[in-house]
Design a protein around this ligand. Structure first.
Ligand SMILES: Cc1cc2nc3c(=O)[nH]c(=O)nc-3n(C[C@H](O)[C@H](O)[C@H](O)COP(=O)(O)O)c2cc1C
Length: 340
């Protein structure tokens, strides 16, 4: 049949025939994987508004206190703004503290509420009931002035940021030819100390990195990934970026894991580059079966979505990289609304 088609049909028609004949199988594979995503997102996020985990409650609190922080950092915050959010945040905090011990989230939220209260009182706004509740929360909190807003000076801000980074960006390359020198966890910690300042949606900080530095572990995990043939056996340290679905609330956030995780991954790669350590992103573009296979190996939380992996290693004195040419600037940057 195949030989006949090859003999009698032109290439275009053969391609179309192949596309049509595989259509039902490919469609059901797609459906199966979308259903897997739907199940995991509804089970672990709070999009259905059932709160089953501490992480879900924490993320609601993080998002609400950050709403107030953002309001306070506007050019001219409106006196009395954000009352419904502040009231909801107080209720959430009371409920959270009934269930769990105080933690960073509680302290940050109370600190922001305290700044919110002071701001409003200075403007002559008096929400008696709300402010009494904030005062009673404050009594339990380590008031370390953590949250709220701060005023920065342009000159200092620019001095801290001023580096010509073109050479830095151009010199980062995906490395697939590592030396055999081990990469210490200490070095990974230094990179993470930088990468943790990556922006995250509502400052919820849902992404994290699992580090595998022992060669046996590295090999166990990297074997689940499909894009490392020819160099995976020389990877010294493997990072796996995951995002907790429990930090997300709504249908609109169904893809947020991959955005926050991708941003953190990029920061990790640049942070490693700044430390002179080589890395190569490794895709986790997989179907349900492979995702489940990995989960049998790494024992991460069910709620964590795996975003990608990063192979890490020290450099040889001289090593090869793919040239990976870039398209011109007008491919990456579109100026304004296009008329046609
Ligand atoms: C999300 C992502 C997944 C990737 N997956 C792989 C992979 O599985 N194997 C691999 O060898 N390279 C992988 N890469 C590296 C790309 O091939 C590489 O970034 C691209 O060709 C540009 O080259 P450069 O990083 O040297 O600038 C991946 C890159 C990204 C961003």
């Amino acid at each position: 049949m195949r030989a006949m088609a090859q003999r009698f049909l032109p290439y275009q028609s053969r391609q179309r025939l192949r596309a049509w004949s595989g259509l039902p199988a490919r469609f059901f594979e797609l459906l199966d994987n979308y259903l897997y995503d739907l199940r995991t997102f509804t089970r672990h996020s709070s999009s259905l508004q059932f709160f089953n985990s501490r992480q879900q409650r924490q993320s609601w609190i993080d998002a609400d206190y950050h709403k107030l922080e953002k309001g306070l950092a506007l050019p001219a915050p409106r006196a009395g703004f954000g009352k419904p959010v502040a009231e909801r945040l107080v209720r959430q905090l009371q409920e959270y503290r009934r269930r769990y011990d105080d933690d960073e989230t509680v302290h940050n939220a109370i600190s922001v509420l305290s700044v919110y209260q002071s701001f409003n009182q200075l403007q002559g706004v008096e929400y008696t009931d709300l402010f009494e509740k904030i005062a009673s929360l404050k009594a339990y909190s380590k008031n370390e002035n953590r949250g709220g807003y701060e005023v920065l000076e342009k000159r200092q801000w620019q001095a801290d940021a001023e580096h010509d980074l073109l050479a830095f960006f151009q010199s980062r390359r995906s490395i697939r030819d590592f030396s055999s020198e081990p990469v210490s966890l200490q070095l990974i910690k230094r990179a993470m100390e930088m990468a943790k300042y990556t922006p995250t949606v509502c400052n919820r900080q849902a992404a994290r990195v699992h580090a595998y530095t022992r060669s046996q572990e590295v090999q166990q995990v990297i074997r689940c990934q499909m894009g490392n043939s020819g160099f995976g056996d020389r990877v010294q340290t493997l990072l796996m970026v995951t995002v907790d679905r429990a930090c997300f609330f709504s249908a609109g956030e169904r893809n947020q894991c991959w955005i926050d995780g991708g941003l953190l991954a990029m920061s990790v790669v640049y942070a490693l580059h700044s430390l002179g350590v080589g890395s190569c992103c490794l895709n986790w573009s997989v179907t349900r079966e492979r995702d489940q296979l990995l989960r049998q190996t790494v024992k991460i939380k069910d709620s964590e979505a795996v975003i990608m992996m990063i192979a890490v290693g020290h450099l040889k004195d001289s090593f090869r990289v793919a040239k990976s040419p870039r398209k011109p600037l007008d491919h990456f940057l579109v100026d304004g609304i296009q008329t046609a």
